[in-house]
Design a protein around this ligand. Structure first.
Ligand code: Z5A
Length: 213
């Protein structure tokens, strides 16, 4: 059984969904409400986990085996949860995280085909927590990839073919369908201001019961 952390919000989405802008907005909204916020990301978030991130995203001449990619993602996450997320929550902060475990189910599970039960086992055993709210920025794959290409170089995972990202998208949407209370789907094909307005409304309403006194 996973422990839900009401003061943790994660942000998910496929390539070019616009996470960079939206993550900053979530943090801003919470700070405007007078809350203390730790903004972080996965893979990474602590110095050790950021080193694992480098290893995962680099164009190494020896690509990791699929199971190894999974283990490294979860190793980074286990470190992140223990060294940053739980201590921050214990100190009364909110944690706003750019990607979390749902990304492993979408990328390693739905797209790479790793057995979902294996991922669930790792999740239960080594992560043990889930965010109270997850915003899923859903964008059509060609739209997202065109934005990434306009921005610059693709990293190792971004070099996968469009079919991979279609599977990622379906993986995310099926998780959202299974957990509609926690995972809120936002149409990220729209104008950035329209997306931002919806995010602001959702986060403001969600935060109310959990605000510091
Ligand atoms: N990964 C994994 O496989 N398994 C896991 O468990 C985890 C992660 C945790 C690193 O993640 C990689 O790790 C990622 C998944 C994998 N790999 N891939 N591929 P990351 O989050 O660090 O990297 P990223 O997915 O590449 O995210 P990003 O580039 O930081 O964000 P983004 O949402 O893809 O894109 P953006 O930079 O926010 O926006 C892209 C451009 O579009 C930018 O120029 C914006 O100005 C523009 N934009 C944004 N929104 C709009 C709208 N609404 N209209 C028009 N233009 C827009």
């Amino acid at each position: 059984m996973l422990q839900t952390l009401p003061r943790m919000i994660s942000l998910e989405g496929g390539e070019g969904a616009g996470k960079s802008t939206v993550i900053a907005l979530i943090t801003k909204v919470l700070r405007e409400l007078g809350e203390s916020v730790v903004q972080t990301r996965e893979p990474g978030g602590t110095p050790y986990a950021e080193d694992i991130r480098q290893l995962l995203l680099a164009d190494h001449k020896e690509a990791p085996a699929e199971d190894v990619e999974v283990l490294l993602m979860f190793a980074a996450r286990a470190q992140h949860v223990r060294k940053l997320i739980l201590p921050s929550i214990a100190h009364g902060a909110w944690v706003v995280c750019d990607r979390f475990t749902d990304a492993s189910f979408a990328y390693q599970g739905a797209a790479r085909g790793i057995d979902l039960q294996k991922l669930e086992l790792l999740n239960q055993r080594f992560v043990g927590v889930q965010p109270g709210l997850t915003l899923l920025l859903d964008v059509d794959v060609p739209v997202g990839l065109a934005r990434v290409d306009a921005r610059g170089d693709r990293d190792r995972i971004e070099k996968e073919p469009p079919s991979f990202f279609e599977s990622v998208r379906q993986g995310y949407l099926s998780r959202a369908q299974a957990e509609p209370e926690r995972i809120r789907v936002i149409d990220a094909n729209r104008d950035p201001q329209v997306v931002a307005d919806e995010v602001r409304d959702i986060v403001t309403a969600y935060a109310q019961p959990y605000l510091s006194a």
